[in-house]
Design a protein around this ligand. Structure first.
Ligand code: SAH
Length: 348
């Protein structure tokens, strides 16, 4: 899919405008507007004629917010983003003391098939472009970064989609979103979460980007992992952990392992022991997530006691571990649920 102009680098915008017979300084003006999330009509320092011409042949920003839900509990906001082909994806803005973290989507749907994840239930519809991923960020910035209010300061790629299954667009997005003259979010404030495409993790290590790599591990044995994550049939845990060790060796940054606790699947104390053994000696942290129930698949989180016991066992083994704070529980905060609801009401 052809990208919107927001997905262009400054050099590409210059070449594009030059081909239209425009001077190079126009590219800088256009770039600044695009990164503020502004549509052609409002680009007040561009001549009318140019604006009209751009409007006829191109799209400035290929994303708009069509629905916002605000949590009464913690101020978390959930957005439904519409793409220009009518597809929708979702994002979540979480407010912390240190800043505002936006969770964005990287694909419409997902083809990874994890048993607990709502984003994958209808498969992958298409990859998102780099400009569309940027579009999620600038749309939210437009809502919030006014006056002295802070916009998005941190990004987690944990919305719908498997980022490393859309590798080129995601790496391009990472470069664009961290460009000092653009949105300028430091890659140290960006997390990329993957279900574990080991070959792509090897590729990513070569890019040597200072992002935080999150691995959705969710089980300490191949057998348990294969029950919930089809990708485990392609890459064994041994292969995945090798990619992680190589990654840390090359990039020198700590990896975060995501571990969703699912009753009857991965919550025994033996599982905790195995998890500790797997990650021993690696520069990493474990993030425990109580599963957001998925009624469609009959999977549930364990009770509070089970979660505490699992965490304590890891701590007793000197594992660096925390539990993910649950936010936006009253606004379909979890993983793909808002889009599903939107799609199912549309069908009626
Ligand atoms: N495809 C990427 C990123 C998207 S999912 C990945 O697999 O990492 C972001 C995180 O939410 C992943 O750790 C994923 O496993 C987790 N997740 C998905 N559904 C969940 C659910 N119902 N409860 C808790 N975590 C879930």
């Amino acid at each position: 899919m052809e990208d919107c102009l927001l997905g262009y680098t400054p050099e590409e915008l210059t070449a594009y405008l030059q081909a239209l017979g425009e001077k190079p300084f126009r590219a800088k003006q256009l770039y600044d507007w695009l990164h503020k999330g502004v549509e052609f009509d409002e680009m007040s320092n561009l001549p009318n004629g140019l604006r009209e011409r751009l409007k006829q042949s191109d799209v400035a920003i290929g994303v708009s917010i069509i629905k916002t839900l605000v949590s009464q509990k913690d101020g978390t906001e959930k957005y439904l983003f519409s793409l220009r082909d009518g597809n929708v994806v979702e994002g979540v803005l979480m407010r912390y003391n240190y800043g505002n973290t936006l969770c964005i989507s990287s694909q419409v749907g997902c083809r990874m098939g994890c048993a607990f994840c709502a984003s994958t239930l209808e498969g992958r519809v298409r990859d998102m472009t780099a400009g569309e991923m940027l579009g999620e960020v600038v749309a939210v910035n437009r809502l919030h970064a006014q006056g002295d209010k802070r916009g998005v300061t941190n990004i987690v790629m944990m919305g719908s989609g498997e980022p490393l299954d859309n590798y080129d667009n995601v790496v391009r997005f990472l470069r664009l979103v961290s460009a000092p003259k653009g949105i300028n979010i430091s890659l140290r404030n960006v997390s990329v979460s993957t279900c574990g495409l080991a070959d792509r993790i090897d590729d990513l290590a070569e890019e040597n980007l200072p992002i935080t790599l999150s691995i959705s591990l969710h089980a300490p044995t191949d057998e348990a992992r294969r029950r919930i994550m089809p990708i485990a049939n392609k890459y064994s845990i041994e292969r995945l952990m090798k990619a992680c060790r190589d990654y840390v060796d090359k990039v020198g940054r700590r990896i975060v392992f995501e571990y969703a606790l699912i009753e009857g699947v991965n919550t025994s104390l033996d599982d905790a022991d195995r998890l500790a053994a797997l990650t021993r000696g690696l520069l990493c942290h474990i993030n425990l997530i109580p599963l957001n129930d998925v009624p469609e698949r009959d999977l549930r989180a364990p009770g509070q006691k089970g979660i505490d016991a699992f965490q304590k066992r890891l701590e007793s083994l000197h594992v660096s571990v925390t539990r993910r704070r649950e936010m936006g529980a009253d606004i379909e905060g979890a993983c793909g649920q808002l889009r599903r609801k939107h799609l199912s009401t549309e069908e009626k």
